[in-house]
Write a protein that binds this ligand. Structure first.
Ligand code: MEV
Length: 445
């Protein structure tokens, strides 16, 4: 069913009115639809209001599992990683990798940079030299002076604007220039701070071009601000997460260390050279990254966008992780540009996010960068380890088994039976349904 008229003033309707309109207009007046939407409301009206206000036109809550992957030894400290993810095998895989590295030195992290950046994109038809002269003589300092109020608190916390440059981009698009600024935003992700500074830069630029004697009168009005916005690509806000151990320590029951390392290295090499594999390889890394990013209230779309730009920085999409054997030691690492915060945004509002940060010992932004990167590296290690040995489906389908059984309405006794039944068989949707039907039929006879 689809309406013949668009709705107007939807955002002004109450939550109940919104649901009524939706159910009437799109859902055939199905009373079950209203029930589903309202049964996810929180009983505590304060908590519900908080969630309603995170976004516009909220009509219900969307649950995601909040899981824990324990035993992560990171820089000598034991963590239980909070992970928000719906894919059934992700937390199990992370936990397995954590346990594996627990006895092999754990994970190490290193911050390679914390710089964020943003741009005023603008067009100018006058001379590039005049613009450069204006920038060097007065504009640069005026940009800093006019943003002094906005940057005051950030400077007190040790951050602020670290560099501003004028970039001539006329080789790519005629008359196109940028003011590119870099920022230190300490423990905040800094999007609002950066965008506010950039919007002030645009005003200052406009005023200076109008007032300056360097810019010729006939070109003053040719200045057009296109947009002011931070970049989610932050190549100098980078963290490294790594693991290493002597090759022989990788031996496990039934797996010979040297053979495992050879296969593992080849898998990483394939992901370096082959974009089809790199995409899936990096998807697995993002399984771990996003889960911790979401659980800690950060913007996973920004983190995703940045990671994929980084993965294609030399013109080809490649693996985010790297691997090598040096002097008999296995080294596996992930370099990831990642911009996250531990203050501001959801971090101080969402009760579960606050709890998740508390669980991690209330890390600062750089510590959180490291923890998130470890989540990604662990996930990739677990995936590659399965892929090059037993295959992914064994572990994956065991987890999937529970999803299928839940869909079929299996009770706990039946679930226990199926765990044993599939111990030495391959799980498939068809096989589960067939055995389930046989079992139920047997019961009724
Ligand atoms: C599944 O969500 C992720 C994997 O496909 C990652 C990989 O293939 O490396 C298992």
């Amino acid at each position: 069913m689809s309406p013949t008229q668009p709705v107007s003033g939807f955002s002004k309707l109450s939550k109940k009115q919104k649901i009524n309109w939706l159910v009437e207009t799109y859902l055939d007046n199905d009373p079950n639809a209203t029930k589903i939407l309202t049964q996810y409301w929180n009983d505590d009206s304060e908590i519900q209001r908080l969630h309603d206000e995170f976004s516009e036109n909220t009509i219900s809550n969307f649950y995601m599992p909040f899981g824990i992957a324990p035993n992560f030894l990171i820089d000598g400290k034991l963590y239980a990683l909070p992970m928000t993810v719906e894919e059934s095998s992700v937390v199990a895989a992370a936990s397995k990798a954590a346990k594996f590295w627990l006895t092999r030195g754990g994970f190490k992290t290193e911050i390679l940079g914390t710089e964020k950046l943003g741009h005023v994109h603008f067009m100018f038809q006058g001379s590039t030299q005049d613009l450069e002269k204006l920038f060097a003589s007065t504009l640069h300092d005026q940009l800093l002076a006019d943003t002094a109020q906005i940057t005051h608190n950030m400077r007190q916390r040790g951050g602020g604007i670290t560099h501003i440059q004028l970039k001539d981009k006329t080789q790519t698009i005629p008359h196109y220039y940028q003011l590119e600024a870099t920022f230190e935003t300490v423990d905040s992700m800094g999007a609002n701070f950066i965008n506010s500074c950039l919007e002030q830069f645009a005003k200052t630029l406009q005023a200076q071009v109008q007032e300056s004697e360097i810019i010729t009168t006939d070109h003053k009005d040719s200045l057009q601000i296109v947009m002011c916005i931070l970049s989610n690509y932050t190549p100098n806000c980078m963290v490294r997460a790594s693991v290493s151990c002597p090759v022989e320590d990788l031996a496990e029951e039934g797996v010979e260390a040297a053979e495992f390392v050879e296969k593992f290295q080849r898998a990483v090499l394939i992901a370096q050279e082959e974009p089809y594999r790199a995409t899936t390889h990096n998807k697995g890394i993002m399984n771990g990254i996003d889960a911790v990013v979401i659980a800690t209230g950060n913007d996973f779309r920004a983190v995703e966008a940045c990671a994929h730009t980084h993965a294609s920085r030399d013109g080809q999409y490649r693996s985010l992780t790297q691997c090598e054997v040096r002097d008999g030691n296995f080294h596996f690492w992930l370099d990831l540009p990642i911009a996250v915060g531990t203050v501001g945004g959801l971090t101080s509002l969402h009760p579960i996010v606050k709890l998740a940060l508390n669980l991690l010992g209330n890390p600062n932004a750089t510590q959180l960068m490291g923890i998130i990167a470890v989540g990604g590296l662990a996930q990739n290690f677990a995936a590659l380890r399965s892929l090059v040995t037993s295959g992914i489906q064994k572990g994956h389908m065991k987890m999937h088994l529970f999803n299928i059984l839940n869909q079929l309405g299996a009770n706990d006794i039946e679930k226990d039976y199926f765990l044993i039944y599939f111990k030495d068989k391959t799980v498939s949707h068809h096989a589960v349904v067939e055995e389930f039907n046989r079992l139920r039929k047997q019961k009724t006879n």
